[in-house]
Write a protein that binds this ligand. Structure first.
Ligand SMILES: [Fe+2]
Length: 390
């Protein structure tokens, strides 16, 4: 009997793992050390190493995998975060490499594709893990991190809209390369520690066509990917650039990357501006939505991200504090929150509280950076009770 591929969340003691013969490069998150799994501790160790899936042989196993709940995330957030971190840093390394060699080197898209596969699969298992990393806005170089964040938001939004995996991979590639042309701009404009004046802004805007031309001439990108890159600053009402396209002239991939680009730029700190809180960035998107995107498009994005995006520290109406871990599109104002105890002895996780399952407590407000200065959100999520972090 052929082996069966399952998510790591369904692996149990008594299952016999088999080597499926898939290379590490092709699928770095597939665990393939052949043998019988004997304990939960062994499974925990496999998860900690960043593996997300296994192939097992039912005929050599003492138990069979339970059926998958298609409606639920396929892995726990606390498990998927390890895989997501690997996928994030791999994508970051690729973006840094191809941007740094843009002026003189060949464009190496084939090397990026496995990492896009990892992002698409991670989003399919539990999109909250990569969304959390994109929302945390670590202090890496903005230009590289922004491209990775846009790819994560674009793949997650495409999945939310029901696109197939192959389309998600194309959108992800376009998003990773969407600002490629910026690497070809004069450094004094690209790195100016201030707002650009009008003539500098004109030069900055050339990044769209510069990047498009360079990528097109490499012959390694599909027409759809190139169109998305060319259209990522166009706007629904024709006010964008470089061609003032309007309405349906802008393709779906271009529209997806456009809204993800604006959201991440608003919510990120730059040398010339502070980060806007994710909740307020969503408010700005909503205000822009009348002109910038087709009717209803921004609302879909906001439902996907949640009114309180994953990773947001919040104060509840009962006085408790916590971190948003999950948000259902049908009840975006009532997320699942990891409650934390924040006292003079430190900050530690307590338990998961699903606000959508009760009627008395809601989110009062988001907590500021000052109020959560001592919170190490990834560590708090790591040390939370795994069974509760669905
Ligand atoms: Fe751009």
């Amino acid at each position: 009997m052929a082996s069966v591929r399952i998510s790591i969340a369904r692996l149990k003691p008594g299952m016999f793992v088999v080597d499926a013969g898939i290379s590490w490069l092709e699928d770095p998150h597939l665990y393939q050390n052949e043998g019988l799994i004997i304990s939960e501790a062994e499974i925990k160790s496999i998860k900690r190493q960043g593996f997300a899936e296994v192939c097992y042989d039912p005929t050599r196993s003492q138990i069979q995998a339970l059926p998958e709940d298609k409606a639920a995330p396929r892995t726990l957030l606390s498990d998927e975060i390890y895989v997501a971190r690997g996928a994030f840093s791999s994508a970051y390394g690729h973006v840094r490499s191809f941007m740094q060699s843009a002026a003189c080197g060949n464009v190496e898209v084939a090397a990026v594709e496995p990492c896009l596969n990892s992002i698409v699969k991670s989003v399919a298992r539990n999109r909250n893990a990569l969304l959390l990393l994109a929302n945390l806005k670590s202090l890496d170089d903005y230009m590289y991190r922004h491209s990775v964040n846009v790819a994560i938001f674009a793949v997650a939004f495409g999945q939310y809209l029901g696109l197939e995996d192959e389309e998600l991979r194309r959108i992800g590639i376009a998003a990773l390369f969407h600002d490629y042309g910026k690497a070809l701009l004069p450094p004094n404009i690209l790195n100016a520690p201030r707002k650009l004046d009008a003539s500098e802004m004109q030069i900055m805007r050339t990044h769209v066509e510069c990047g498009y031309e360079k990528l097109r001439s490499s012959g390694k990108f599909s027409h759809e990917v190139l169109s998305a890159i060319l259209q990522h600053h166009e706007r629904h009402d024709g006010s964008g650039y470089p061609y003032q396209l309007a309405g349906d002239e802008i393709g779906l991939y271009g529209r997806i990357i456009s809204i993800c680009d604006v959201y991440d730029a608003l919510a990120s700190k730059r040398v010339y501006k502070d980060a806007i809180h994710p909740k307020h960035a969503l408010g700005t998107l909503f205000k822009m939505s009348e002109n910038a995107w087709a009717p209803g498009f921004a609302e879909h994005f906001i439902k996907m991200v949640g009114i309180f995006p994953i990773g947001t520290a919040v104060l509840l109406s009962n006085g408790q504090k916590g971190i948003v871990c999950h948000s259902e599109p049908l009840s975006p104002s009532l997320p699942s929150v990891l409650l934390v105890r924040d006292c003079e002895h430190g900050v530690r996780p307590l338990r998961l509280f699903d606000l959508s399952r009760q009627k008395t407590v809601n989110v009062n407000r988001s907590l500021s950076k000052t109020e959560t200065a001592y919170w190490d959100i990834p560590t708090l999520l790591d040390s939370a009770n795994e069974e509760e972090m669905a």
